[in-house]
Design a protein around this ligand. Structure first.
Ligand code: B12
Ligand code: SF4
Length: 483
């Protein structure tokens, strides 16, 4: 049996509000490994606040046979550094990397020589097959859904792995008791996949096939979580919680029948809810719903392949409010083609929809998304330094056609100010936080939010031309100045 050390690298983004994202992908991989008798310590550098030196100590302490690292694109620079640390400490220990960046960009992931294998898809079965190979049975070529560097240094991508259609058969993700005390919510995955094709989203390139756990199986996991670690709020990580309304109805019915009396939150689309379903969700404990609006007018929705209408946004936000939920709306500003008018429309739509909370993200070409391909083809990506993709700087990494970086920052600043600096909106947000029992989070988040707005107001940290190590060969390369 092997000792597989799984690592969530040190955080890439500033931790706003003191809440941490549970590395649920790693926890799924860990549970599969454990179910086969392997020893699987998890180092969550994020929640434990570990820097790279401390992660190095953990690697020495655990003396693993294999190291697995998870990373979205923004975490890749830190994940690479962890991989290099492993090779410095134990050069013969194989390093495997999974997560969104490995799925969308396996070749890029393997640019770091310290990474031996990238997992291109779901990891539960792939890791078991890898252990077999590293134990001397079979070859990497036989494993579906991975990429690796061959002896001549070329990256080889194996055939695609089938999606796991039987999610109920997966062992529940392992949770660490100490970490659970720090995560503000339990993260639960009720289904995997999304059939939509929103231009800015990586999920639109992958994760296409929707697969469901049965409501019984999800509720069994929740009951087990409460039994082991105590009652806490849940967040459903599902891309679109109500992708199948009947599933959502069945889940709520069962939750009510079991009398678990939980509070939960989820994200979904404005075209996939109705008053009856929203009322039922609220009755079953859904305190808060997040809608991705992502644009400000119909022209942009269509261009973004959102497949929603402005009308649907108004109607569903109102229905969710009437059902008694705290409503969050996410907006994205600064697509390459956007004009001043489009940006103003986003501000107006946010105010018109009047949810409890609005978040204004800056359009970022996450690898894997059609927006990334669009921007790459046009040579308008200012940096391939993935650390700059966290949006923390408050500035865009894209060259926009009609809007200067200063103008975009002003629009984002204005969007926040005009949304929250209305007395009724401020009170509604405050009330929303209070109802969710999160006033403490709000107080912790406010200084970071004010700091972010300060950066946006100061037009963000500059992004300027220049080469950085780690750029793709032959790519237009830029460097982000440290402000
Ligand atoms: C919920 C969610 C969040 C939550 C919590 C995330 C978390 N727990 O880590 C929050 C809100 C915090 C969040 C934040 C962000 N997110 Co997010 N998020 C998601 C979402 C919707 C679901 C993630 C999830 O739970 N999946 C279910 C688990 C089971 O799948 P998984 O993590 O992919 O893990 C499997 C495999 O990847 C693999 N695997 C993963 N790691 C490893 C490691 C090893 C060793 C092995 C063997 C296998 C393996 O095996 C796992 C099991 O099959 C995804 C979309 C999606 N469907 O993936 C976006 C997504 C991952 N997020 C994305 C982004 C952009 C972000 C942010 C940068 C947004 C921002 N602007 O701030 C931040 C950065 C977070 C970070 N860690 O750095 C992008 C990433 C794109 C990219 N190229 O990196 C995605 C894909 C959505 C999108 N818009 O395209 N996110
Ligand atoms: S933004 Fe949401 S609905 Fe659109 S492709 Fe991504 S996960 Fe699916």
């Amino acid at each position: 049996m092997a000792r597989v050390l799984l690592i969530q690298p040190p955080a890439a983004t500033r931790n706003k509000g003191g809440s941490f994202a549970e590395p649920i992908g790693l926890e799924y991989v860990a549970s599969m490994l454990q179910s086969k008798g392997h020893e699987v310590p998890i180092v969550d550098a994020w929640v434990d606040g570990l820097d790279h030196d401390a992660v190095g100590e953990q690697i020495r302490r655990h003396a693993p046979d294999v190291v697995g690292i998870t990373a979205t694109s923004v975490l890749v620079p830190n994940a690479w550094r962890v991989a290099r640390q492993v090779k410095e400490i134990a050069p013969d220990v194989p390093v495997v990397m999974g997560g969104a960046h490995a799925i969308y960009e396996p070749e890029w992931t393997l640019q770091e020589q310290a990474v031996d294998v990238a997992i291109v898809g779901e990891g539960e079965d792939a890791i078991l097959e890898l252990l077999d190979v590293w134990n001397g049975t079979g070859s990497l070529d036989d494993i579906a859904g991975i990429a690796y560097r061959s002896t001549d240094g070329q990256v080889v991508r194996t055939r695609g792995r089938e999606y796991n259609d039987h999610l109920d058969r997966l062992p529940f993700p392992v949770r660490n008791e100490r970490h659970q005390a720090a995560y503000s919510l339990y993260e639960v995955v009720g289904k995997r996949g999304c059939p939509f094709r929103c231009t800015f989203c990586g999920a639109s390139a992958d994760h296409r096939k929707v697969r469901f756990r049965t409501p019984d199986n999800v509720i069994e996991e929740i009951a087990e979580l409460f039994g082991r670690y105590g009652k806490k709020k849940l967040y459903f990580n599902d891309d679109v919680f109500t992708i199948n309304k009947q599933w959502a109805h069945d889940f709520c019915d069962l939750l009510l029948a079991r009398g678990l009396n939980i509070e939960w939150e989820c994200q979904t689309r404005v075209d996939l809810v109705d008053p009856e379903l929203l009322r039922k969700m609220k009755g079953a404990g859904c305190e808060s719903v997040v809608f991705g609006i992502d644009g400000g007018n119909q022209k942009n929705f269509d261009r973004l392949k959102k497949a929603i209408t402005v009308e649907q946004a108004y109607v569903s936000v109102r229905h969710a409010r009437e059902a008694g939920m705290a409503v969050w709306c996410n907006f994205i500003m600064g697509y390459p083609w956007e004009t001043h008018g489009d940006l103003q429309d986003t501000i107006d739509l946010a105010r018109g929809l009047d949810p409890h909370f609005a978040r204004f993200f800056i359009a970022t070409p996450y690898p894997g998304s059609p927006l990334y391909s669009y921007a790459k083809e046009r040579g308008i990506i200012k940096t391939l330094d993935l650390a700059a993709y966290s949006q923390d700087s408050g500035s865009s990494i894209l060259e926009l056609e009609h809007v200067t970086p200063e103008e975009l920052s002003r629009f984002v600043y204005k969007a926040n100010m005009l949304f929250y600096l209305r007395p009724q909106a401020f009170l509604k947000a405050l009330n929303g936080y209070r109802r969710q029992g999160r006033l403490k989070n709000l107080l912790r988040a406010l200084p970071a939010f004010a700091e972010y707005l300060g950066r946006v107001r100061g037009h963000g940290s500059p992004v300027v031309a220049g080469a950085v190590p780690g750029n793709l060969p032959g790519e237009k390369a830029y460097r982000r100045d440290v402000a």
